[in-house]
Design a protein around this ligand. Structure first.
Ligand code: NAP
Length: 282
């Protein structure tokens, strides 16, 4: 039976460190603020935004919430971002994705000042990550690295396979594993003989978004299995990995819920503190 990689525990330790740093900064008169923009009423996005706001409150970060109508124009949204870029009390800006189809996500991400881009989606921050000289790391992949570190799982020299090549999870995940000296393979929907690739992985990360996608025959016995997927099956939240069968052969596994998900929020808070420090010359 696998050892469970408990994201709630790791997330709590990251939040504790954030809380301490926010307190230290406040002694010097520096407050830490995060602006969260929600456009429209996507139910999943509403839950994510509420969770982020709650986590801010728990750690002493001031949350500025902006809820915009589904039909808001792109120029109105860009103008709000411009205002927030200039607002001193706001150290980080997050615009919850996905956005309605009439809004160009890339233009919105590009409008966020790189110094306040705590999601690290802006091309200038992505470029910094590629060359390994960054201020912020994207929250979900960085959260996975925090989990590996917490449990003392070494990446160097390991065969790492990432399923998924999105800009927010798969690609940056592969980069971070490469920065840790893993030997990285990226798989996607056009990959042939997927199981033959994944079954060679010492560390397997699945970021596909399909329930029941990773089965036991795709996993090397003793492997570390990281399940990024957040899917609904029969009304219940689940990952990409068939937990019951894979947990019998993997060495380590993240559950869903309670694995990667909580880490995404805690790294966001960590990035917001980093932004506040940088903006105050720390
Ligand atoms: P995405 O943009 O839809 O990307 C999915 C990736 O999976 C794509 O690269 C796609 O390949 C690949 N894929 C689809 N079918 C495949 C197949 N049959 N074989 C191999 N690869 C296949 O999704 P995302 O934004 O990266 O998110 C992935 C999952 O993670 C979702 O469930 C999302 O909800 C979850 N997520 C969780 C967190 C968290 O905090 N836990 C954060 C972000 C995302 P192509 O590129 O070829 O299309």
């Amino acid at each position: 039976m696998s050892k469970i990689l408990d994201g709630k525990t790791v997330s709590a330790s990251v939040k504790e460190a954030v809380r301490t740093q926010v307190k230290e900064l406040s002694k010097d008169g520096i407050s830490v603020g995060l602006a969260v923009i929600l456009v429209g009423g996507n139910p999943a996005s509403k839950i994510y935004v509420a969770n982020k706001k709650k986590a801010c409150e728990e750690t002493g970060i001031k949350a500025f919430e902006y809820t915009l109508d589904e039909n808001v124009s792109q120029s109105e949204l860009l103008s709000l971002i411009e205002t927030l870029n200039a607002k001193k009390e706001v150290n980080g800006i997050l615009c919850q994705l996905p956005l309605p189809p009439h809004i160009d996500e890339r233009a919105v991400i590009a409008a966020i000042s790189p110094e306040k881009d705590v999601d690290a989606f802006n091309v200038s921050n992505v470029g910094k990550i590629v060359i390994g000289n960054y201020d912020f790391l994207p929250c979900t992949p960085a959260g996975i690295i925090e989990i590996l570190d917490y449990y003392g799982i070494e990446v160097e020299g390991k065969n790492c396979v990432v399923i998924g090549r999105s800009n927010i999870v798969g690609k940056p995940m592969a980069l971070l594993l490469m920065h840790r000296n893993g030997t990285v393979t990226i798989c996607h929907s056009k990959t042939e003989n997927l199981a033959s690739v994944t079954s060679g992985a010492d560390i397997l990360v699945s970021a596909v978004g399909k329930a029941g996608f990773v089965t036991a025959d795709m996993v090397k016995p003793g492997a570390v299995v990281i399940d990024v997927g957040m899917n609904r099956a029969e009304g219940k939240l689940c990952g990409d990995v068939c937990f019951d069968e894979v947990s019998k052969i993997a060495g380590y596994i993240t559950p869903v819920p309670g694995g990667v998900g909580p880490m995404t929020v805690s790294v966001l808070l960590k990035n917001t503190v980093t932004a506040a420090k940088r903006q105050n010359g720390r």
